[in-house]
Design a protein around this ligand. Structure first.
Ligand code: ITT
Length: 202
């Protein structure tokens, strides 16, 4: 038996990654674009978990099917309050990433290299309208910010997120490797465990 799951995001890069990450579950993943659901959902909270739960609940109520939402972002320790849950909005929603990298490089230029620590965070929330329950998983990955972007894979801030263990930025690692180690990969692995049990549908 296959069920339907709405991946409630307007970010096409998240869709591409999540389809790969959640390929072995008894759910067919459909997207907002595929069902033509366009609603403006605020992200009013200061934690990824609260924002993800809010997005999942609003979209599940609108579509009447289980909805999965991803709230994620880059936390730069030397720039508290600037990115984090506001990562998509940093410098303005439609500002191209190279301009954002430049802004970050300017801010971090005065910070010693070893203090340019950062982490990606991902909260996934699954809202089941039949039961009203919300399931939450989270994942993170530690790294450093480099001032010169490198690499062609991934999206968003990946070209400046350097992982010392791999001697590479996340944009220099293939999608297969990113899937295994990333914040979204970790959170999705835990969510797949939940989605493998159709009893959650009530
Ligand atoms: P939805 O709310 O519709 O899902 P969004 O892009 O607005 O789309 P968020 O509010 O969760 O989503 O913001 C996430 C931002 O964090 C994203 O736009 C990137 O700037 C950054 N980000 C998250 N995960 C990332 C990743 O794996 N690689 C690079 N940047 C990432």
């Amino acid at each position: 038996m296959t069920y339907t799951l709405l991946f409630a995001t307007s970010n096409a890069d998240k869709v591409r990654e999540m389809r790969g990450l959640l390929s072995a579950i008894p759910f067919t993943i459909i997207t907002l674009a595929e069902i033509g659901l366009e609603i403006d959902v605020e992200e009013p909270y200061t934690t990824f978990a609260e924002n993800a739960a809010h997005k999942a609940s609003v979209y599940a109520a609108a579509a009447h099917i289980p909805a999965l939402a991803d709230d994620s972002g880059l936390i730069i320790d030397a720039m508290p309050d600037e990115l984090g849950v506001y990562s998509a909005r940093f410098c303005g929603y439609s500002t191209p990433y190279p301009a954002r990298f430049q802004k970050i490089a300017e801010k971090l230029a005065a910070i010693p290299e070893e203090k340019r620590t950062a982490r990606y965070w991902c909260a996934l929330a699954l809202h089941i309208p039949q039961t009203g329950k919300v399931y939450l998983t989270e994942g993170s990955i530690e790294g450093m910010i480099v001032l010169e972007p490198r690499g062609v894979y991934g999206f968003g801030y990946d070209p400046i997120f350097y992982i010392p263990e791999f001697h590479a930025t996340l944009a220099e690692l293939t999608p297969e490797i990113k899937a295994q180690i990333s914040h979204r990969g970790v959170a999705a692995f835990k969510m797949a465990e939940i989605l493998r049990n159709p009893e959650i549908l009530g």
